[in-house]
Write a protein that binds this ligand. Structure first.
Ligand code: SF4
Length: 115
């Protein structure tokens, strides 16, 4: 089995529905599975495994986020993707962010990449 790089599916480690420390306002935080850096100070080591996490469909992710829209938007918040390294599953990320923009949801990326 290979790490996923798909438009519609991603390996997701976990979610936090009411995050307050990963960007402005109340944020829905998606922790992506997989990271190759293995930093000594990492506090999310269980996200390192490229083959772990739950294979998740973008429709399911968007539908779950929409349940929190009435909290997220008035707070000035949005959705933050973290990990793990979310840019390892960038095709899914592009699909997800396009869908969230259609709903007027602010997005942020927590990444180790110099982008
Ligand atoms: S880049 Fe982030 S998730 Fe990856 S090992 Fe380093 S601290 Fe952990």
């Amino acid at each position: 089995m290979e790490p996923i790089d798909s438009d519609n599916y991603a390996r997701i480690h976990s979610v936090e529905s009411m995050g307050t420390v990963d960007g402005p306002g109340i944020r829905y935080v998606l922790f992506f599975q997989g990271c190759a850096l293995h930093c000594k100070y990492c506090h999310n080591r269980d996200t390192w495994d490229m083959f772990g996490g739950a294979i998740t469909n973008v429709d399911d992710v968007v539908n779950k986020i929409m349940r929190y829209k009435n909290f997220i938007i008035p707070s000035g918040g949005g959705v933050t993707v973290s990990g793990g390294e979310p840019l390892l599953q960038v095709r899914f990320l592009i699909t997800l962010f396009k869908r969230l923009k259609e709903h007027g949801i602010n997005t942020a990326i927590d990444t180790s990449r110099n982008v």
